[in-house]
Ligand binder design. Structure first.
Ligand code: ANZ
Ligand code: ZN
Length: 822
């Protein structure tokens, strides 16, 4: 036989599939719908091994659903705004669109060659005006609902790059990119009010938990960070308003020996006495550059300045000092903390350093040799002596002590129980060019005026190269022709908002757009979206566990509240793939251990690479490419392909095998049935192992007397081709043709399995005499009760056990058990 030429096979089938267009989803189909989704890529460079892995895994599911007779919508597009394109444009004195759309074309052709079952008629790019028109529409709708607003807040600022930095981009107080000392800057920025949905976003995680990866659910729970506690009011002599703290442990009020205010808060600025002001300002200057992450680090040395005033403990009436520190964040809770050194380690260190009193209020375990104790235990020193305050919680466990304290505070009007979330509103303004322009006009007379809906899309002005260099304000601000407009409301001179949106806004609704991608009258067609969604599975990287996945859930809930969706969660199930690594390490330029997908495809072909990635192990596990054998995968594919050549080349109807080698027919039936279960539980690698076994068994049958004309052999080869189409579409199509079929194995249908072929040949029946096992019989699984009883009584070993005694009762549970009572 001639060898199997991988590259010729790829070249042969690509144009045929283009013609057949087998994966176009029909909105009007009466079949049950399935919507598998995989995260769309950024168009930076060509596809890499990571894309290859996730797409290969995703494709198993999409193709499986087609074979099972569903109408499947499997769309693909590009998340095509963002910094890489902008930076490339600055470097090359070009327009970001050039880089973006060139890479999109490259990736598109790679995807096609890679043989993923996408419906290309639904392709979209978030940087197209036809798409971002609707991103702008959504922004304005959110704003109408009070869910998009502007506020002033301190942000990290790199004076060298002249741009805002995220907390994660500040390392040791320095800019991650250029090393310059980072400063803080007050900026007016746009926010989405995601906090309004905090409780629902948290509650619905319970609904998702059974079908979402644990680590994603946990990450979201922590990110939302709900804590129950109380607000407590501390009075300050001569100030009308009390200082209100947020605490999760109101029961520790008797151990509150000081208060700490965030050094960069307005309260600290206002409270500091003249005598302490110089020291306070010097301290504030010192901590200016620290990021939130550094400030909260438990191993950071404690620092602070006494503000020179005291506050009154609302329960004990004691006067306690008020300090400013950096370990309290200005924008969490109220930005003011009651210092409880006995219960909080940071407070302990602070009290030790500044010689403030320490009073324990929870009894630590007898063997406790640590410092602050934050666990379970009975309340002590609450109060230390007498009951002057009227509150006595001594002896109570933590939960009871908390509620007793909250009840007391509420009664005395000095506090109330409350819930606090760690989740912050979503800062969406970016001072960069390559993003969605914010459709707002600022007018001195009218304030914020939305760009009228009929003027959307508000397109980006044409800027390129050096125009895009960060200069402290958004590059859009320099496009004076674009920025200066007449106010749509009063006609007076006004300016456009020059910020663009965070690209996470674009990706928060693209899955809706896929359902009606070419509709130029609305963002999405609600009827179609409701018919296709929620997505049945979302396949993608765990690095999106919080931001993207939380934002997409938030958008879905808002749109449901707007009456546009009839569901409140976008993704019914989720699958995270592991990383493709090399020689034990993440692939990186500096390590020089990168593996080029293009090289692998050139050497082994698409199918072998896909098969290797899927066969490597469970989808969640990392794949060390150095330990893989794409050459071995290719040899297996050749073995499978050879089967189709051996089977008589007369065109046959699939799956009507009758007679033939019964053992092989049984194995084929079992493989099909198991494959369904394995794919549905994402055990794709095991599914492939079963196909490999079937290939071996088929080969054996051919080589034994039966030969390739045995109908069982044809049936097995057809099932191999069909199952292989989930991972190795070219080989499968080639086999299918050699077996005498029209092209399109991917759209063939999953055969009905004859249940008789799944029945085990015999089962073991246990025979007990007086409760003791005395015999085992190999019987047919559908043996009648009478036949089983007769067989049991006729068994020699059983007869010996009965030993002539009178049989009083025989209990038969066919086909497994016979119980004889004497
Ligand atoms: C007194 C206390 C006693 C506290 C005790 C803890 C243990 P989570 O669960 O993360 O919400 N806290 C409050 N606001 C803060 C801020 N702006 N910056 C830094 N820390 C702040 O934590 C809430 C607890 O973190 C609060 O409860 C407060 O310390 C501190 F034995 O109050 B606790
Ligand atoms: Zn106006």
């Amino acid at each position: 036989q001639v060898g199997y030429d991988v590259h010729a096979t790829e070249a042969k089938w690509l144009p045929v599939w283009d013609e057949l267009d087998p994966f176009r989803a029909d909105d009007a189909s009466p079949k049950e719908k399935r919507y598998p989704l995989t995260m769309f890529p950024y168009p930076s460079g060509d596809l890499h091994m990571g894309h290859a892995e996730v797409m290969a895994l995703h494709d198993v599911i999409a193709r499986y659903w087609w074979l099972r007779g569903y109408e499947v919508m499997n769309p693909m597009g590009w998340d095509s705004f963002g910094l890489p394109a902008e930076n490339a444009a600055i470097r090359n004195d070009a327009h970001p669109a050039e880089y973006t759309y060139a890479n999109i074309e490259t990736q598109y052709h790679s995807f096609k060659k890679y043989g993923i079952a996408f419906d290309w008629s639904r392709r979209l790019h978030t940087s197209d005006p036809e798409y971002y028109r609707w991103t702008q529409w959504l922004f304005l709708k959110f704003r109408e609902r009070g869910l998009a607003y502007r506020k002033n807040s301190p942000v990290n600022w790199c004076p060298n790059d002249q741009t805002v930095l995220a907390n994660e981009q500040v390392v040791d107080g320095k800019c991650e990119r250029c090393g310059a000392e980072v400063t803080k800057r007050e900026l007016t920025q746009w926010y989405f009010k995601i906090t309004e949905y905090a409780q629902e976003l948290l509650d619905d995680l319970d609904v998702l938990a059974p079908t979402w990866p644990d680590r994603v659910v946990t990450a979201q729970r922590n990110w939302i960070g709900r804590s129950e506690g109380a607000h407590l009011d501390f009075r300050i002599a001569g100030r009308d308003e009390p200082l209100t703290v947020f605490t999760t442990r109101p029961d520790t009020i008797f151990g509150t020996t000081f208060m700490v205010v965030a050094v960069d808060s307005a309260a600290a600025e206002e409270l500091v006495t003249d005598g302490q002001r110089a020291a306070f300002e010097a301290y504030r200057e010192e901590i200016r550059a620290a990021s939130d992450i550094e400030r909260l680090a438990t191993d950071r040395p404690k620092t602070g300045v006494d503000l020179g005033i005291t506050a009154t403990n609302p329960v004990t009436g004691d006067e306690i000092p008020v300090w400013a520190t950096d370990y309290v964040l200005a924008d969490y809770g109220t930005g003011i903390v009651m210092g409880v050194p006995g219960g909080d380690q940071r407070d302990w260190e602070f009290a030790t350093k500044f010689e403030l009193p320490i009073i324990r209020t929870t009894e630590p375990p007898a063997d406790w040799d640590g410092e602050a104790y934050n666990g379970e235990g009975a309340a002590i020193n609450s109060p230390a002596t007498g009951t002057a305050s009227g509150l006595d919680i001594n002896g109570m466990p933590v939960a009871e002590a908390k509620s007793a304290t909250i009840a007391f505070l509420e009664q005395s009007g000095t506090g109330r129980g409350t819930v606090n979330f760690r989740l912050r509103d979503w800062l969406l303004s970016r001072q960069r060019y390559w993003g969605v322009p914010i459709p707002i006009i600022h007018c001195d007379t009218c304030g914020e005026v939305p760009v009228p809906y009929d003027q959307l899309p508000l397109e980006l002005p044409e800027l390129k190269g050096a125009d895009l260099k960060p200069k402290g304000v958004s590059p859009l601000a320099a496009a004076t022709d674009w920025v200066n407009v007449d106010c749509p409301s009063c006609g007076g001179p006004a300016t456009r908002d020059s910020d663009t949106m965070d690209t996470f806004v674009d990706s928060s609704w693209y899955f809706l757009r896929y359902c009606s991608p070419n509709d130029d009258t609305q963002a999405f067609d609600s009827a179609l979206v409701n018919a296709w969604m929620p997505c049945d599975i979302y396949v993608g990287g765990v690095e999106h566990a919080v931001l993207h996945l939380l934002y997409a859930r938030f958008f879905t809930k808002v749109l449901a509240d707007m009456g546009l969706l009839d569901f409140r969660e976008p993704f019914a199930a989720q699958l995270n793939q592991g990383f493709v690594i090399n020689r034990g390490k993440k692939m990186s330029k500096s390590l020089g251990n990168g593996v080029s997908l293009g090289d692998q495809l050139a050497e082994f072909g698409v199918d072998a690479v896909r098969l290797t990635l899927v066969f490597a192990g469970p989808p969640e596990d990392d794949i060390d490419w150095a330990e893989m054998s794409p050459g071995g995968s290719l040899r297996f594919l050749q073995r499978a392909w050879r089967l189709s050549g051996d089977v008589t080349s007369t065109a046959g109807t699939p799956f009507v095998a009758e007679g033939g080698d019964v053992a092989l027919r049984k194995q084929t039936a079992r493989t099909l049935t198991d494959a369904a279960e394995l794919v549905e539980s994402y055990r794709f690698n095991v599914m492939i192992a079963r196909v490999m076994e079937l290939v071996n068994a088929t080969r054996k049958t051919i080589d034994s007397g039966a030969g390739p004309t045995d109908p069982a052999v044809r049936e097995a080869a057809e099932v191999v081709a069909m199952l292989l189409s989930l991972v190795a579409p070219y080989t499968a199509e080639e086999m299918w043709e050699r077996l005498g079929h029209q092209p399109g194995v991917a759209r063939s249908s999953w055969p009905e399995v004859d249940p008789a072929l799944l029945v085990e040949d015999t089962v073991t029946a246990v025979v007990q005499v007086q409760g003791k096992v005395r015999g085992r019989l190999e019987v047919s699984p559908d043996i009648s009760e009478a036949d089983l009883e007769a067989a049991a009584l006729a068994d020699e070993a059983v007869q010996r056990a009965i030993d002539g005694a009178e049989v009083r009762k025989v209990i038969v549970r066919a086909p497994k058990l016979v119980n004889i009572v004497l």
